[in-house]
Design a protein around this ligand. Sequence first.
Ligand code: FAD
Length: 413
Amino acid sequence: MKKIAIIGGGINGLCSAYYLVKAGFEVTILDKGSITDGASFVNAGYVTPSHFIPFAAPGMINQGIKWMFNSSSPFYVKPRWDTDFFKWAWNFKKSATNKKVEKAIPVLKEINIKSRDLYMEMLDTMDFNFHMEKKGLLMVYKSEENQDHELKLAERGKELGLEIQALDTAALHKLEPGFKDDVIGGVHYECDTHSTPNLFMKNLKSWLKKNGVQFLLEENVTRFDIAGKAIKSVHTQTKEIFADEFVLAAGSWTFELAKQIGLNIPIQAGKGYSINTSRETGIKLPAILTEAKVAVTPMNGFTRFAGTMEISGSSSKVSPVRVGAIANAASSYYKGLNLTSEEKEAAASGLRPLSPDGLPYIGKTQKYNNLSVLTGHAMMGWSLGPISGKLIAEIISDQKPSIYLRPFKVDRF
Ligand SMILES: Cc1cc2nc3c(=O)[nH]c(=O)nc-3n(C[C@H](O)[C@H](O)[C@H](O)COP(=O)(O)OP(=O)(O)OC[C@H]3O[C@@H](n4cnc5c(N)ncnc54)[C@H](O)[C@@H]3O)c2cc1C
């Protein structure tokens, strides 16, 4: 039986293991942590055909410059002397054009829909238990400027065949009575679903263990051994792991690891935070508060408020000011909602792996014939986990991939 070693046990590593086990491979997952925290645990749990616009879009650079000196802004780029950051930013700038965004839109729509359907298929298999609801996602606004923008996007989404309803003030407040009066309307992406990430991760991990996957936790991969065009083994602080095929799914840390073996896979970490409350909020539907860029999700047993895109390196330190800004934003949209100091103090962070063009990296490298890379999913990593894992299993099994892989080429920069 062919042996596969996966570096990284986030949603992408675990979903790869799931499909690789189903395809009959012997799988080992290595993670420098304990697979209990980080982006794959703190995210908003959205599965998002609605997110068909890549992060690298026109306007983002001006927005970043505008908010650079605001300590509570939802988007923040820390100015710093770092050649890798400059190169990433340059590629981001080249990607943030209308032409490139138009090219990315159908690609993102297709991959998101396929992944949403795979989540549903996973539910049907009953391999493991998880929470997934199809209540859609509301994009709500207070200003006419955001209303115009969101209604235009909704028209574009409808042209793509997505199920979307524009809601006026009365219709929105009927659907979600908890909104304050100054929330003037919203767009309901009925095509979206949502889930509870920590439950999914925990139960998938147990299923994988039961099905023979070996977990090597607190093992930091620091080095690769190469023989010609092949990776022979990887080294951690205590072990050397041999395998026939390797999958690099190390999220925001992938760039540094890949660089060691001569690969250029530009990634910057986009830090975000989430705050949970298990008190009754009355919130029924997932919603993005568009002016504040805060995501709200009624999860299994608690409500989560998530936000901030902070491009400031790979520290996971929590900024109380930005956490406070997320909590204040939530209070300004919902009646009677006040997050307590304990809830804010318990806020956690996660690093989104951002590629410069907003598209993930999925596939084999040209340089090594037994190394696949899976990262760069940015704000869609949760949504795209199942399809990404399935594609990795198809690539390693030499099967025809479920979707056209060229836009996700690993060596494209
Ligand atoms: C606040 C927030 C909200 C979000 N909301 C959503 C959402 O609603 N929907 C959505 O689709 N996406 C969302 N995202 C994005 C999504 O969470 C990420 O894209 C996704 O979790 C990335 O998964 P990953 O498996 O690629 O990386 P990670 O989850 O970061 O996993 C990578 C793993 O690799 C391990 N690793 C790294 N280096 C090494 C090494 N050298 N040796 C061994 N192990 C290593 C790490 O310990 C980590 O466990 C959100 C993110 C944040 C922060």
